[in-house]
Design a protein. Structure first.
Length: 151
C-alpha cells in the first residue's frame, strides 16, 4: 500500500513541475484533463452508464473514492437543485493540494476533477467551484467545496 506522505510528495512534484514548465493556465488544463482520463478509465469498470441523475453519479464516485482510500469519508449535501456542498474528510492529497494552491497552482483534487469530468460527459453539466474551504490545519482534514451545477 502506498503511504500518504509519499503520495503527497509525488502529487506535489508532478503538478509543481507542470506549473513551472507551462504556467498556471495550462497546469489547470492538465489537472482537468487528468480527471477526464480517470473518468474514462472508471466509467465501464464501475458501470456508471446505468446512473440516471447527476447527484447519484456524484454519490457513487464519492463512495468509490472512500473504498480506494482517497479519503476516509465523503458526503454530499444538496443545498438546492443546482448547488451541492461536498465534504471530504482525511483526503490523502491534502498537504500537496494546500502547498500547490499557495504557490498559485490549480489544486489537483482528484475527487473534484473526476466528478466534474463525469458530470460533463454523462449529463452535459459544467460545475463552477464557488467556494473552497481547505478546512482544519490538523488531521483529519475536513475540506468543503461548494459546487454550482450549470446545465
Amino acid at each position: 500500500m502506498i503511504h500518504p506522505e509519499f503520495l503527497n510528495l509525488e502529487i506535489y512534484s508532478i503538478y509543481a513541475s507542470a506549473l513551472r514548465l507551462v504556467g498556471p493556465e495550462k497546469q489547470k488544463n492538465i489537472v482537468e484533463l487528468s480527471g477526464e482520463i480517470l473518468f474514462s478509465q472508471l466509467k465501464d469498470k464501475l458501470q456508471l452508464s446505468n446512473i440516471k441523475n447527476p447527484v447519484s453519479l456524484v454519490k457513487e464516485l464519492i463512495k468509490y473514492l472512500e473504498q480506494v482510500g482517497y479519503f476516509s469519508k465523503g458526503e454530499v449535501e444538496e443545498k438546492s437543485e443546482n448547488e451541492l456542498l461536498i465534504h471530504m474528510y482525511g483526503a490523502t492529497c491534502h498537504d500537496a493540494v494546500v502547498k500547490l494552491k499557495n504557490e498559485g497552482a490549480y489544486p489537483p483534487h482528484f475527487c473534484t476533477t473526476l466528478i466534474f469530468a463525469g458530470l460533463k460527459k454523462m449529463f452535459n453539466i459544467n460545475v463552477e467551484l464557488t467556494h473552497l474551504d481547505l478546512g482544519s490545519k490538523e488531521k483529519p482534514y475536513h475540506t468543503v467545496e461548494k459546487w454550482k451545477l450549470i446545465k
